[in-house]
Design a protein around this ligand. Sequence first.
Ligand SMILES: Cc1cc2nc3c(=O)[nH]c(=O)nc-3n(C[C@H](O)[C@H](O)[C@H](O)COP(=O)(O)O)c2cc1C
Length: 226
Amino acid sequence: MNRREFLKIGGMGAMTLLLSGCGLAAVSGDRKSEAKLPAKGEVSGGKKMKIVVITSSPHPKNESTSIYLADRFTEGAKSAGHEVFTFDAANEETHPCRGCDKCGMDGPCIYQDAIETKLMPKMLEADMLVLTTPLYYYGMSAQLKIVVDRFYSRTGKLNGKKSVLIATAYNSADWTFQALAAHYDTLVRYMNWTDAGQVLGVGCGSRSLVERSEFGEMARKIGTSL
Ligand SMILES: Cc1cc2nc3c(=O)[nH]c(=O)nc-3n(C[C@H](O)[C@H](O)[C@H](O)COP(=O)(O)O)c2cc1C
């Protein structure tokens, strides 16, 4: 079977790995580089970080592939001494941005929903945001996009944070995550974030596939490296 599994780890700047049967090689669309995790403590500067993990799969927690990877990241980050708050965007009460501009891009939002009351206070004080999504039509899930659009109410205050992207997909082609990765890169650039790693789990269309893959370990390693 000519099925390739590919994962991406961007240590401070979008580095990419391709896991093939014979070991590691670098590939991701037109970006090629050596795979490398940042040195331990490099991202946090040796300080305890506040991390917000946003998950967005509608699947039950014990069946979701993307939440499986988010949980491995969280295990790693907690073992390295960081504090993790998790927000389940698929099961909380959320509303898409109305574009009313009452917030003036500096909050509060007209919606007093879970994004505004539970997530936003945690995001504002966080050092790092972790965006987790199943791949939906080659982009992020609608559940996560609702949260991302609500960044609008605090665009300036959410500037300058560190970020991680975790995603899973059924497909294994090397272009599977091209559009999502381009969107994420653009978001990182616009928000003036520092990318601290990406785990793009191709060929992870079911829980058994993701559990057998290398991506769980990669997610955990990003967490422990912080
Ligand atoms: C609405 C929908 C759209 C999807 N679109 C894609 C896609 O574009 N490419 C792909 O490889 N997989 C696609 N998938 C498969 C999911 O990305 C995949 O099953 C993933 O493992 C689900 O993650 P989760 O269990 O965390 O929700 C799609 C699934 C759904 C339900």
